[in-house]
Write a protein that binds this ligand. Structure first.
Ligand code: ATP
Length: 245
């Protein structure tokens, strides 16, 4: 039985009268790519932020490797192996790609043995930033900028990487490269939790998906099964997804 790395139990987030996340139970299991999908405003980003302590839950608990971590500071959680990168955080000032990665590497938890696959030149090659190392981060095209955001998150040597809409705005080629990178990360032992609207990407890449609707968990399971579920078609997909040969 695989280890549950991260557990959200009854995670509830209120913004005034709005219940953005409503008593959601969710597990992220070591070694998987877990997708969180659902309509706009269904609470996916809010759930990710609650799980990663960026915006802790109003009610319910978050557990990391069985220990309650609800409300912990983001940097403390990162030192324990949980890091979140959101598309909006992946913006940098006047530093080069090389400098940004060096800064991130210097912030990694010193207590942890360095995973060489996620450090130095191997990290640069892994995230495909070799060609732009001396470019200013602020000059990068979106595809590279996302890779840098992921590279910075990886420099913290996470066991679990949570990603909020990493494919938003990427073209087909960039999305394929992103998928290859995330599959490689899983092979290297980094567990991934991802929110995204690109259903072709999510269905082809995720081991499991959780579907949210109006803040509540609607369905969870293997993507090929979930996308055929009439509740998911009604709430999110509209029409059944076409089967790929
Ligand atoms: N900081 C906030 N203050 C007030 N309301 C918020 C805040 N953040 C999110 N919400 C609201 O909570 C609900 C869930 O938002 P959330 O961004 O989590 O949904 P989502 O499923 O990620 O949507 P999308 O797919 O459009 O990104 C929405 O009604 C949103 O307007």
């Amino acid at each position: 039985m695989s280890e549950v790395l991260l557990r959200g139990a009854g995670v509830t987030v209120r913004f005034g009268a709005l219940v953005a996340c409503d008593a959601v139970d969710i597990d992220v299991v070591a070694g998987e790519i877990l997708g969180i999908i659902g309509p706009n405003g269904s609470g996916k980003s809010t759930l990710l932020r609650a799980l990663s302590s960026v915006h802790p839950p109003t009610r319910g608990g978050v557990f990391w490797r069985g220990e309650e971590v609800t409300g912990w500071k983001v940097d403390k959680l990162a030192r324990h192996g949980l890091v979140m990168a959101s598309q909006n955080q992946m913006v940098f000032g006047g530093v080069t790609v090389r400098e940004a990665l060096a800064i991130a590497h210097s912030c990694r938890p010193k207590s942890k043995r360095v995973d060489e696959a996620l450090a130095g030149e191997r990290l640069v090659a892994l995230v495909g930033l070799d060609a732009v190392l001396d470019a200013l981060a602020s000059d990068l095209p979106l595809g590279y900028l996302r890779r840098l955001g992921i590279g910075i998150a990886l420099a913290a040597q996470p066991d679990l990487l949570l990603l909020d809409e990493p494919a938003a705005g990427l073209n087909d080629f960039e999305t394929r490269e992103l998928k290859a990178l995330l599959l490689t990360l899983r092979d290297l032992g980094v567990t991934v939790g991802i929110v995204d609207h690109d259903m072709t990407l999510m269905v082809s890449m995720c081991d499991r998906v959780v579907v949210l609707d109006a803040g509540k968990k609607l369905v969870e399971g293997p993507p090929s099964v979930v996308v055929k579920d009439p509740r998911v078609i009604e709430a999110y997909l509209g029409t059944p997804m076409e089967e790929k040969p």
